[in-house]
Design a protein around this ligand. Structure first.
Ligand SMILES: [Zn+2]
Length: 1016
């Protein structure tokens, strides 16, 4: 999946860690499947209070009234099993109420009674445990059990005991094949479904447990005999209990059900749009990753339960239906409907299943044996050719690169009018936002860069993710990090003119920024709850994942990375893997005897990344590594990374052949240079995922060299110096004076990467000062920017431009110039708007300048109304999105409130754009407090639309809070997040938000009165 937020927020680290198997055995054991000691199931009633008392030894008065509800208590019980590190949890955690801090209260009579009961139960349990075999408490349990259920089970919806106690499904039953028939009714917005699952019983068991959510099961049969289905809603599981053990072998389970087409963006959901005639059109589409296939059909909804699927779809004649595989048959039904049947699928995970019923048109072309098609609504048929050509070129590239052709005979790319993610890699049926697939005649190369990137990412998933899949969501990065890396690598090769290299560099900087927070998490992280799984779709999985793969590829010899990847894909074809499997494949091809596994584990197991400090005395260079944290207070982290440290010097610094490598594995090491050098620059082209600090002389040498001639270093190296020094300043490792010393060279800079990085960093500081109402300092910062970038800004052309690099640079410069009212930027923008939108227009606003021009225009009533009209009628999605950003940038509070409301209710602005609207409103002084209030007041509605933990929620929270820098706002944010309870208080993004506010406060404390800032 490709997320789609302009500022994809990372953070999230839910504090509940959750292996149920590894720790607190006294707790875990009680929850194991089918222990084999003889307690009659009827004697054991799930009673959450006593269970929790047993488990945790809590006093009764630890529990609040609202925990009386057994379902929520059951969830708490499950959580308590999972929680291994309550001391690490956020104070905001709703689960921390179990923990007492402070002195022990005097026990009440009630507590005493409970205490005695506990002792009796504990003693009984001890005796029981003493006599049962050890295997009872192992992950798989005993191989055979003759006893009845006797553990602590939750209670199903019907009131009966539910025979399973874990979020993960039991390994005893595997699906082999699904026959799925669906009829979505696009008038009633409901659907009927029936699923027939061929399962294989691998271990004898009395239960079949699978996933199902939000559906009404009308009938179920097992081997043609009707069976009773139990449901435990909190974990979205259903179960069928059998009186006797099912023997090993194949069985068939049939389930009929009805459900509503979802109003949110996951599961089998309805989407609508208004065509150019003003008619509302509806369609039904799916988005299953990560956990929503269970909302469309009962299934074993974990990535390792791969199986084959045969899908039939009933529809009205005016619609077409699409699924993963080619259609093989259409049958007329008696009621005027038609049924499409699709070929049996390849073996795949449930989250990759997809189907669509809609009125779409398409264009197609063939690559090798695959028919590639792009689908969109009929009004946009002129915008699909570019993506078809792009997809064909990239498919050819991947077929060749992986030495393993895409295995299906068709590949559809479909633009869905209302779609939350950027795109989703469903096998053979990739779904996209319209913005990420459609390219109009006015679209610029920057728009094409986005579309190309998303297509390249999703096509890479057809191998990484679809063919070979991570075993569980803890290794999501194997899917997303790889697809992200391949998207940059493929575009660099196939579409060299798109300047994707600079984009990838920016992505690495962004990942470093997120990973420098305490709230970050290791690339490979234990996850269990749905919220934790959602949170894995973040900057760490995608961007850090891609960054460490680049570092590895740059460390291996030419061709080794590709060779290792080919072997990996062949070895694990159609199966599931963990990180270690990839490292082993790459180790085997490494000719330099590099232990890839040993090196890369240090990058996937530790959170964060290292700061390498370089101290040079002539030819002796002392290198030290430490965990780089923006806020390192109380940090006792001794993590060490195996860093393939690269460096260049003044005698040779631009070509890859100049690069030297030193493997730094220890805390400190000494590097001896062969001769004298004027300066050293480490982390060549910023290909390694670490940052570098130099001693005073080291920085001075580099700055002097740049002042003499900027070209002594590559533009990537210059951008990296800027990025690194701002990060070091933010963490108090260097003074802001030092930052300004480096920035002195920028007047001679002409390249896009360093200039945009500098503008980004200075812009962030300006916005913080502005929001803090430090008007004098904000004004000085504006003058500083004008002084250092003013002449470049004045020299930018407003005409059509074709070079992506030039467009990226001028849009950054002019957006900053217009927002700060530097030079005559606003006048030029306004003139362009007026000329190009006049009735007899003779000009066209360059696509890369639209956002800047529209934002200026949106500041007047007349301009804003014109833009709103454009937004409503435009069928060009990139233009529409820029128009929306302009509308949201207004300083008029009434308009701000209107746009916030409309984008959440979806009536005039699609709800998919709500995160973008929040992000844009929050950038401006006029709107950021309103946006924060709006988020707080509408939290319930927001989380109905966007799942807790999802990247949309991550983006909304970070946008709304990341510019706070006062204690008042800190407390307000803490109070609000604490009040969310299960609706989000434990999200990792909440910790990131709080940490970010504290960092902003510290920066302000340290710098507001610092002479450097006063004189900028
Ligand atoms: Zn992806």
């Amino acid at each position: 999946m490709e997320s789609f937020e302009s500022e994809r927020a990372p953070l999230p680290r839910n504090m509940i860690e959750n292996s149920m198997f590894e720790e607190e055995p006294d707790v875990v054991d009680l929850a194991k499947e089918s222990p084999s000691y003889p307690i009659d199931s009827d004697d054991v009633v799930y009673e959450p209070r006593s269970s929790r008392l047993l488990v945790r030894g809590l006093g009764e008065n630890d529990l609040d009234e609202d925990e009386e509800d057994y379902e929520s208590s059951a969830r708490l019980l499950g959580m308590s099993f999972m929680n291994r590190s309550s001391s690490q949890r956020s104070a905001a955690s709703s689960y921390t109420r179990q923990q007492h801090s402070g002195s022990c209260p005097k026990p009440s009579a009630k507590t005493m009674v409970v205490g005695v009961l506990i002792l009796v139960v504990v003693a009984s349990l001890f005796m029981v445990i003493y006599f049962v075999p050890g295997c009872t408490f192992t992950r798989k349990g005993c191989p055979k059990t003759n006893s009845t259920m006797d553990s602590i089970y939750p209670i199903s919806t019907s009131g009966e005991l539910f025979p399973w106690t874990e979020l993960r499904l039991p390994p005893s039953v595997h699906p082999v094949h699904y026959n799925i028939s669906l009829y979505p009714n696009l008038t009633s917005m409901t659907f009927q479904g029936s699923v027939s699952i061929l399962v294989e019983v691998l271990y004898e068991t009395k239960n079949i447990v699978l996933h199902s959510s939000d559906m009404n099961i009308t009938k179920a049969t097992f081997e043609n005999k009707e069976v009773h289905v139990l449901e435990y809603k909190p974990w979205q599981q259903i179960a069928i209990k059998f009186p006797e053990d099912l023997k090993k072998g194949p069985y068939v389970l049939n389930i009929n059900y009805v459900a509503n087409l979802s109003d949110s963006y996951d599961g089998f959901y309805n989407s609508s749009y208004v065509d150019t005639n003003g008619t509302k059109r509806v369609l039904a589409a799916t988005q299953f990753e990560p956990l929503a296939a269970r909302k469309a059909f009962p299934c074993f909804d974990e990535p390792a339960f791969k199986s084959t699927f045969t899908i039939k779809m009933t529809r009205e004649r005016k619609y077409i239906s699409l699924s993963n595989m080619p259609k093989v048959n259409t049958t007329d039904l008696k009621n005027g409907l038609q049924e499409d049947e699709f070929e049996e699928s390849v073996k795949m995970s449930t989250y990759l299943v997809a189907f669509i019923v809609a009125e779409f048109i398409s264009v197609s072309n063939n690559v090798s044996k695959t028919k590639v098609s792009v689908y969109a609504v009929p009004d946009k048929k002129d915008q699909i050719q570019y993506s078809l050509d792009t997809a064909c070129k990239l498919l050819k590239f991947y077929n060749m690169f992986f030495e393993n052709d895409y295995p299906l005979s068709k590949l559809d790319l479909v633009a869905i009018p209302d779609f939350l993610a950027g795109a989703m890699e469903n096998w053979g049926l990739i779904t996209f936002r319209e913005t990420t697939l459609l390219v109009g005649s006015n679209s610029s190369s920057i728009d094409k860069q986005l579309v190309t990137s998303v297509i390249a990412h999703e096509l890479a998933h057809q191998w990484f993710g679809n063919l070979v899949t991570m075993r569980w969501w803890n290794d999501l990065w194997l899917n997303e990090g790889f697809a992200t890396y391949m998207q940059y690598m493929s575009i660099e090769t196939v579409f060299a003119d798109l300047d994707i290299d600079t984009e990838f560099l920016n992505v690495r900087f962004k990942a470093l920024g997120k990973d420098a927070l305490n709230s970050s998490h290791p690339v490979s992280t234990v996850v269990s709850t749905p919220e934790q799984v959602e949170e894995m779709f973040d900057s760490v999985s995608y961007e850090k994942g891609a960054s460490i793969l680049l570092m590895l590829n740059a460390t291996l010899k030419d061709g080794e990375f590709q060779k290792g990847v080919i072997e990996y894909l062949q070895k694990y074809n159609l199966s599931n893997t963990e990180s270690e499997d990839l490292w082993n494949s790459l180790s085997q091809v490494s000719g330099q005897n590099l232990n890839v596994s040993e090196m890369m584990n240090t990058w996937t197991v530790h959170k964060g990344f290292p700061l390498v400090t370089v101290k040079r005395k002539d030819t002796q260079v002392t290198l030290t590594q430490e965990h780089f944290l923006l806020n390192a207070e109380n940090c006792t982290d001794n993590s060490l990374w195996h860093i393939p440290l690269t460096y260049v010097n003044d005698s040779c610094s631009l070509l890859s052949s100049c690069k030297q490598v030193f493997h730094l594995k220890d805390k400190t090491a000494t590097l001896t240079l062969p001769g004298h050098v004027k300066w050293l620059k480490f982390n060549f082209r910023s290909e390694g995922f670490y940052i570098v600090d130099y001693d005073e002389q080291g920085w001075r040498d580099l700055i002097d060299a740049l002042k003499g001639n900027v070209s002594v270093l590559s533009s990537k190296d210059r951008a990296a110096l800027i990025n690194n020094i701002f990060a070091l300043s933010r963490s108090d490792k260097v003074s802001f004076r030092q930052v300004l010393n480096l920035m002195d060279y920028i007047k001679n800079e002409t390249e896009t990467a360093p200039l945009t990085e500098a503008l980004l960093q200075l812009g962030q500081i300006y916005r913080l000062l502005d929001k803090r109402s430090e008007l004098t300092l904000a004004s000085r910062m504006m003058s500083y920017i004008n002084d250092h970038f003013g002449s470049l800004m004045a020299n930018q052309s407003w005409d059509l431009e074709t070079s992506v690099s030039k467009m990226t640079l001028r849009s950054a410069l002019l957006e900053m110039a217009c927002s700060l009212d530097i030079n005559d930027c606003r006048t030029q923008a306004k003139n362009l708007f007026d000329q190009c939108l006049a009735p007899n227009k003779t000009c066209q606003i360059p696509s890369d300048l639209m956002r800047t021009v529209f934002k200026v225009a949106a500041q007047t009533d007349e301009g804003w109304r014109k833009l709103l009209d454009m937004y409503k009628h435009s069928i060009n999605d990139p233009e529409k999105r820029k128009t929306l950003e302009a509308l949201a940038s207004t300083q008029d509070v009434r308009k701000i409130i209107w746009i916030l409301q409309k984008s959440l209710d979806g009536s005039e602005i699609q709800t998919q754009e709500f995160p973008l609207v929040i992000n844009t409103v929050c950038k401006n002084f006029a709107g950021y407090l309103y946006a924060w209030d709006f988020v707080k007041e509408n939290w319930d509605k927001i989380t109905q639309k966007f799942p807790v933990g999802s990247f949309a929620i991550q983006s909304i929270i970070m946008s709304a809070t990341s510019q706070f820098s006062t204690k008042t706002h800190l407390i307000e944010a803490q109070n609000f997040f604490s009040s969310l309870g299960t609706k989000g208080s434990q999200m990792r993004i909440v910790q990131e938000a709080i940490e970010t506010i504290k960092l902003n406060m510290r920066w302000m404390d340290n710098n507001l009165n610092a002479p450097e800032l006063v004189v900028v």
